[in-house]
Design a protein around this ligand. Structure first.
Ligand code: ATP
Ligand code: MG
Length: 568
């Protein structure tokens, strides 16, 4: 590709709307352009990268025996009503009407449609297992679209759905996808981790996410250095502390704490650590509000909490009015002693002695609070996020926390959708059996952003070779004034292209500095510079995007470096 014919516009300025580096670089390098909130155009350069991601995903899905199809993006409401998700999915679902006032949505995912397809196509156990997949545009009306293509409203997903006669079959199909995903992210050259996850909206039982590890990741991942245990913090379990709870040493006291609103205020006022306090959070419940009590230095875990009996799912914090109506008190003054609400106490709180908490009276706190004396012995539950240093569930060490970007998610759905939609096949005995389903997503567009988060420097993107929009950038110096350079550059362009390399030939009449800066910004792995001085010595200047310095190589040597780099 000749740069002069490629219509690429790079930007020097960092666009104001971009918060994280991948978003900034994608805009600056001209990979994407914004249309509206969460909507982006993939420009020619960006589309080349996207197609590479798709190609790797497609190859590995095909290799795993999955069958590609393409479902409509627009889906009739009736299908979603059958599974109950029309009402459950909420404002994430973009709903619309056709001219006959029939209701539709723009698909955020395709369980309903594929189950409908499967229920018509699959009749006998002999047709199983089947795994159908597609690569297609989805729409989710995200509450906070941000980070460019990483959390957009319209995005491209690879979604696959497996159908099996029984649970063993599902397990085998799931493991096949686990292996295919591992191969995909390895081939793409990304540093990733597979973590246990919550099945969320989609439902079902077993589920794992594939995360690209990056500081800007929206998800926290807990992992154990001593084993291969890793989990999204959403589901990483905590346990009752080992050993006996310390005995009480202090008297139960009520003290005046005017103006104290937060745990930090309280600690300052009493000169204690947050770990010696508890906070009482009020959430909505099926029959009125419910109190959740965690240690002052811990964070509430919404995913775990919303699974408790009586607690509303998804978790909603009760507002001040509801709290006042239910308790007669303000939120900031609450504590578990004498609180007339259903109360859940976290495991870590159950291990505290002599702690401090709100006294259910504005401007007062209790100190020296002890279970078994000032409060009944608690039955504790797991409602907090794990923190670094917590024991791993496999007992093989302690947890560390890293940040990750979810690029893939695999689920065992079981019969949730097949049951609701009557997707059955005849088994060996001629009886109808509801098929066991799995579903498997990859965020194709999100991968591009995630790859940049992991691979960049101050000057721009550093594409892992399999994702690079071009393999080589060919930079002639003063081509418009030197026939020698022009002829040599044209010959190299022809030769490299013929060797199967994707070459960006920077034939623009601009200063070399501009060409170098653009080449670095757009992150092409190999750079070849053709100059009169080099040609006179039979040499080309070569530099890999990751190298500190360029090297002068004999022409043949340089070509060999490039040709070898494409043999993978
Ligand atoms: P998240 O937790 O990030 O909102 P999710 O768990 O809702 O994602 P899934 O339903 O598992 O997403 O969808 C499969 C994949 O699609 C995700 O692993 C992710 O890579 C991608 N994806 C989901 N939502 C978006 C989005 N808003 N923008 C870009 N990619 C997305
Ligand atoms: Mg997910």
């Amino acid at each position: 590709m000749r740069f002069s014919e490629f219509g690429l516009t790079t930007l020097k300025e960092v666009p104001a709307e971009a918060e994280i580096v991948s978003h900034k670089l994608m805009l600056r390098a001209g990979l994407i352009r914004r249309l509206a909130s969460g909507l982006f155009t993939w420009m020619p350069l960006g589309l080349r990268v996207l197609r590479k991601v798709e190609a790797v995903v497609r190859e590995e899905m095909d290799r795993a025996g999955a069958l590609e199809l393409l479902m409509p993006a627009v889906q009739p409401a009736e299908l979603w009503q059958k599974t109950g998700r029309w009402d459950q999915y909420g404002p994430l679902l973009l709903r619309m009407h056709d001219r006959h006032q029939r209701e539709f949505c723009f698909g955020p995912t395709h369980e309903e449609v594929i189950t409908d397809v499967a229920s018509r196509e699959l009749r006998s156990y002999k047709q199983l297992p089947v795994n159908y997949y597609q690569i297609q545009t989805k729409f989710r009306d995200e509450i906070r679209p941000r980070f460019g293509v990483m959390r957009s409203r319209e995005f491209i997903m690879k979604d696959a759905y497996s159908f099996d006669i029984d649970h063993d079959g599902l397990e085998a199909s799931y493991q096949k996808m686990h292996a295919a995903y591992t191969a995909i992210f390895e081939r793409l050259g990304l540093g990733f981790r597979v973590v246990w996850a919550d099945s969320g909206e989609i439902g079902g039982s077993k589920s794992q996410e594939f995360h690209v590890i990056a500081d800007s990741g929206e998800d926290a991942i807990a992992y154990c250095d001593g084993s291969d245990f890793a989990s999204n913090i959403e589901t990483a379990p905590t346990f009752p502390a080992a050993g006996e709870r310390p005995d009480p040493t202090r008297d139960f006291e009520k003290i005046a704490t005017p103006g104290v609103r937060t745990i930090a205020d309280l600690c300052q006022r009493l000169d204690i650590e947050p770990a010696q306090t508890v906070k009482t959070l009020i959430v909505e419940g099926d029959d009125g509000p419910v109190a959740l009590v965690i240690r002052g230095d811990h964070e509430l875990n919404a995913v775990k909490s919303q699974k408790l009996p009586g607690v509303a799912s998804p978790l909603v914090m009760a507002d001040d009015r509801t709290i006042r109506e239910a308790t007669g008190r303000a939120a900031g003054s609450l504590g578990p002693v004498g609180l007339e609400l259903p109360v859940y106490i976290d495991h870590a709180v159950g291990h505290l002695a002599d702690f401090s908490c709100g006294a259910n009276e504005e401007g007062f706190h209790y100190t020296g609070v002890n279970f078994g004396r000032d409060l009944p012995e608690p039955e504790t539950v797991d409602i907090r996020n794990v923190i670094a240093g917590d024991p791993a569930p496999d007992g093989k060490g302690v947890l560390s926390i890293a940040r990750g970007i979810e690029v893939g998610h695999i689920f065992q759905l079981g019969t949730k959708y097949s049951e609701a939609m009557g997707a059955t096949v005849q088994d060996q005995d001629g009886k109808d059996r509801v098929m066991e389903m799995g579903c498997y997503g990859i965020g194709i567009t999100r991968i591009v952003g995630a790859a940049i988060e992991q691979n960049h420097d101050d000057n721009g993107i550093i594409w892992p070779a399999p994702l690079a929009p071009f393999d080589v950038v060919l930079v002639p110096i003063n081509m418009h004034r030197s026939d020698t350079v022009r002829e040599a550059a044209e010959a190299l362009y022809t030769e490299l292209t013929a060797a199967g390399l994707e070459v960006l030939f920077d034939d623009r009449d601009v200063r070399p500095g501009v060409k170098f800066a653009d080449a670095e910004l757009i992150g092409i792995p190999h750079r070849l510079v053709v100059s009169e001085r080099g040609l006179a010595a039979g040499e080309l200047e070569y530099r890999h995007r990751r190298d500190e310095e360029s090297r002068d190589l004999k022409r043949e040597e340089a070509l060999n470096v490039l040709k070898e780099s494409t043999i993978s």
